[in-house]
Design a protein around this ligand. Structure first.
Ligand code: ASP
Ligand code: MG
Length: 460
């Protein structure tokens, strides 16, 4: 059994969907196909909702464009006898979307819950449509079996319930090719439509692959595989043939846009390999992500960046800064704030950590709560926040042991005049992370990529 996920660009046009059709129809074994909304549509749905809220009637044009895109695909790829039903279904969904937009316009208000309804239309339209395009395919409605629960102010998958429901729905193997929408889900308590977050279709596919014990999870996208860096920035970036689950997890949480980070965990847990493949070049080998540590020459698998980070620094005179830093990190984790890098600077007895800029207010609040007594006794002081920074990660298993390589990279950055404001202490097994000013981030990535992969002066 294989699970294949096709992202927005793969289901965006008649041309890309003909490739999807060919790829899936050439598969003999049973498979589950998970699709995103038509490329770019989720953004347009959100834009339409904002127009409606602001009283701008242009939202109707958005509905019209969505209609045209779907109808064009039906015309080109659905066989004539089957066009009527799917057209009626799309029209019905568009009518429902229009009513929702009208409601938003009337109220002049757009809540998160309403927005979740709005964005659900992307996958609610694309998935039954793709099921009509592919021969011998059966449509399944993913909100029936992907369930979420509230966690702080987010919706996260209720993995145990979802696992059971996927098994109940798809586990009997009563299909040759199942097609379902990614991203969308329902709240397990209220039954309202929710989603797994932007880019969440990958995660839907991973939950299905894990529940059904698939042989492989294939993520079909528009590049030849996982690359050493963002190719738009680094023209020399190349496809990495193989990396480990941990490496891909690190790269994706540190900003690589290849896979939605939560995706990796469920398949990693079941040891199901992930393959990154190109819908527009299906012959390409792609990237394998497995638990195998190949003893190959490539130590570092990639460089990624979280662009909008802040650095929060704390002075902790007379205290063990490693201990206080780990308390701080635990407090962040307990409150759902991700920390990208921790630095304990021994000499001035303090520590610093990087978080996404939009979370820095929350992070400072958590810190003041956690260390209230220490702060009031003056044992800790000066919580300061530096803005407009980027965190850059160099990822490869065994990084921790490669002190020399880490030092050469840091020297290389300094030689290029890049100001490194914090480093990750060399404590991570897999990642060397550095915080640099945001406007020096591109140059830092270029320098690192050059040192590691072009000059090959470092890292052999
Ligand atoms: N359509 C959703 C988005 O654009 C989910 C996805 O494509 O993975 O974020
Ligand atoms: Mg994606």
């Amino acid at each position: 059994m294989r699970v294949l996920k096709f992202g927005g660009t793969s289901v965006g046009t008649v041309r890309s969907l003909s490739n999807v059709k060919k790829i899936v129809e050439s598969i003999e074994e049973p498979c589950v196909v998970v699709v995103s909304a038509l490329g770019g549509l989720t953004d347009r749905l959100i834009a339409g909702a904002e127009m409606a809220r602001d009283g701008n009637a242009e939202y109707r044009r958005e509905v019209e464009t969505a209609r045209r895109r779907h109808l064009e695909i039906i015309e080109a790829l659905v066989s004539p006898p089957r066009r009527k039903d799917i057209t009626a279904r799309i029209e019905e969904l568009l009518a429902e979307l229009t009513r929702l937009y009208e409601g938003i316009a009337l109220l002049g208000d757009l809540t998160d819950r309403t927005l979740a309804q709005v964005v659900s239309f992307g996958e609610r339209m694309s998935s039954p449509l793709v099921a009509e395009i592919i021969e011998n395919a059966t449509y399944y409605h993913s909100p029936d079996f992907i369930r979420t629960e509230r966690w702080f102010n987010k919706n996260i998958a209720d993995t145990a319930l979802t696992d059971r429901l996927i098994k109940e729905t798809l586990g009997d193997g009563g299909f040759r090719r199942a097609v379902t929408g990614g991203f969308i889900s329902t709240d397990r308590d209220t039954g309202e439509i929710t989603n797994l977050g932007r880019g969440g279709s990958d995660y839907t596919a991973a939950l299905i692959a894990a529940a059904l014990g698939a042989r492989v999870l294939e993520i079909w996208t528009d590049v030849d595989g996982f690359m050493t860096a963002d190719p738009r920035l680094i023209p020399d970036a190349f496809v990495v043939r193989h990396m480990t689950f941990i490496e891909s997890m690190e790269l994706c949480t540190m900003g690589a846009k290849v896979i939605y980070p939560p995706t990796i965990y469920p398949v990693f847990h079941k040891n199901i390999p992930i393959r990154i493949l190109n819908t527009f070049n299906p012959e390409a080998e792609g990237t394998w992500i497995t638990d195998e540590h190949h003893g190959h020459a490539l130590v570092v698998k990639g460089i990624s960046a979280v662009r909008d980070t802040t650095l929060i620094s704390v002075q902790a005179q007379g205290r063990d800064s490693t201990d206080t830093a780990s308390r701080a990190v635990n407090a962040m984790a307990k409150n759902g704030v991700s920390v990208y890098l921790v630095n304990t600077h021994e000499r001035d007895a303090g520590f610093a950590f990087a978080v996404a800029a939009p979370e820095s207010g929350t992070a400072v609040k958590i810190l003041t709560d956690e260390f209230g007594p220490e702060l009031s006794r003056g044992e800790m002081e000066n919580i300061s926040v530096s803005y407009k920074l980027a965190t850059i990660a160099v990822v490869g298993e065994g990084m921790k042991k490669r002190r020399e390589m880490q030092e050469s990279l840091l020297r290389g950055l300094a030689a290029s005049g890049i100001r490194v404001l914090a480093t990750s202490d060399g404590t991570s097994d897999t990642t060397l992370a550095v915080v640099v000013p945001a406007d020096e981030a591109d140059r830092a990535i270029e320098t690192l990529h050059c040192l590691l992969f072009a000059d090959k002066t470092v890292g052999k």
